[in-house]
Design a protein around this ligand. Structure first.
Ligand SMILES: Nc1ncnc2c1ncn2[C@@H]1O[C@H](COP(=O)(O)OP(=O)(O)OP(=O)(O)O)[C@@H](O)[C@H]1O
Ligand SMILES: [Mg+2]
Length: 381
């Protein structure tokens, strides 16, 4: 094979290109290993990424056929000469790896390695892998290690590329995990806000129907129709939550009208008096209207479910360039400090997230025996 700067450059450049094309990290590592073997004119090349259990998370090999690879058996462990680069973090150039005191043998199908060059792959101070080259192709059998200092320098360049590829892959993996976690919590909140409230009403209405069915069948029938309607709404909300649609009523009627209708429904359904008043609020960006609606729904739901209030008042008004939503009840109140973030209570957390998600602010004013006021303020309006 023709050696020299041109083919060396081509090998380095193909390794670089593989990385910039955002291939799978394994493909990048394969390219690097193949480039190393070609560049240093070796019979065998490998790259190992250690795991935390004394083995290798990845072990990419070039120069060994598939049949032979299978015959060799399981991946090597971090031991002997392979481990030296990982633990001492320095290069090794050996004339005959089998004569090295650290050599511990290999499986029967393993190729016979003689001269050997190993190099750590580093990210800062941390060793994140190692490159291994063996059996320099030489025209004549010769003594001494075939790999030269120049080879070592070349390999060091490839080791740096491998370090970048591995670090990028780790960062990518981490950011993907974060995105998944965020998405999961969004969906949990969405389901909580949209669906669990509906299911709760559904349960109450079904209970009412059951209580009425003997005494007053025609009213029971009405309640059952309500059950069907609520179930249909819950199904719609569920679908909407999953595809992140906003409540349809908002688009059609706007925030104030949507809130008014919902408050009227709740007023009829519960013994508490529920009122709504709006003043001077203009249409807001869709995301803000949606957040305000969801917060109002959860605050109303909490007030009706937990507080034993006789009155719940909802207001929406303009205050110094901001839109302000308030939900006030005259119920039992609670200590916001003692309601823990974790566990089953998602409502308050979700309201905070929704407010901050649209650049707004949520305040919870409550004390045992003093009722509760939830206020959300968003800029604009
Ligand atoms: N208006 C209120 N009046 C009295 N207590 C309230 C009120 N709002 C909330 N709480 C108390 O705060 C707790 C937490 O409310 P949060 O909405 O976070 O959870 P939750 O309603 O219990 O459950 P969910 O996750 O279904 O909303 C409630 O369990 C209740 O004890
Ligand atoms: Mg709640």
């Amino acid at each position: 094979m023709s050696q020299g700067p041109r083919s060396g450059l081509a090998a380095v450049s193909s390794a670089l290109l593989a990385m910039s094309r955002h291939l799978e990290v394994r493909d990048v590592l394969k390219t690097i290993v193949a480039s190393a073997r070609e560049l240093l004119d070796a019979r065998y090349a490998a790259l190992g990424v250690p795991d935390d259990h004394g083995g290798f998370a990845q072990f990419v090999v070039d120069g060994v056929g598939e049949e032979q690879w299978k015959a060799i058996g399981p991946l090597p462990r971090q031991h002997g000469v392979l481990a030296a680069m990982l633990h001492d973090a320095k290069p090794e150039r050996l004339a005959d790896v089998r004569e090295d005191p650290r050599f511990e043998g290999w499986p029967s199908a393993h190729p016979e390695l003689v001269d050997f060059l190993g190099l750590p792959i580093r990210d800062g101070d941390e060793v994140i892998g190692a490159l291994y080259l063996a059996n320099k192709n030489r025209p004549e059998p010769a003594d001494g290690c075939g790999f030269t200092e120049d080879d070592e320098e070349l390999l060091a360049i490839l080791a740096q590329h491998a370090a970048i590829a591995l670090t990028n892959a780790r960062l990518y993996e981490r950011s993907r995990e974060l995105t998944i976690a965020e998405e999961r919590s969004r969906l949990a909140h969405e389901l909580h806000d949209a669906v669990s409230q509906k299911l709760f009403s559904l349960r109450l209405t079904a209970q009412a129907a059951a209580a009425l069915v003997d005494r007053d069948p025609s009213r029971a029938k009405g309640e059952l129709q309500q059950v069907a309607a609520l179930a249909a709404e819950a199904a719609d909300e569920l679908r909407a939550a999953v595809v992140e649609l906003r409540p349809a009523a908002l688009d059609e009627d706007g925030l104030a009208a949507t809130l008014r209708t919902q408050v009227q429904v709740l007023d009829r359904a519960h013994s508490a008096r529920v009122t709504f008043a709006a003043q001077g609020v203009r249409a807001l960006p869709a995301a803000q209207e949606e957040a305000l609606l969801r917060v109002a729904q959860e605050a109303l739901h909490n007030a009706l479910r937990h507080s034993g209030a006789e009155r719940v008042d909802v207001t929406l008004e303009r205050r110094g360039g901001a839109a302000v939503l308030r939900v006030t009840d005259d119920g039992d109140g609670f200590d916001p400090q003692t309601v823990r973030r974790a566990g089953r209570h998602l409502g308050l957390v979700s309201m905070r997230d929704r407010a901050s998600g649209v650049g707004g602010r949520l305040t919870v004013e409550s004390a045992p025996g003093k009722g509760t006021t939830i206020e959300m303020e968003v800029p604009g309006g």
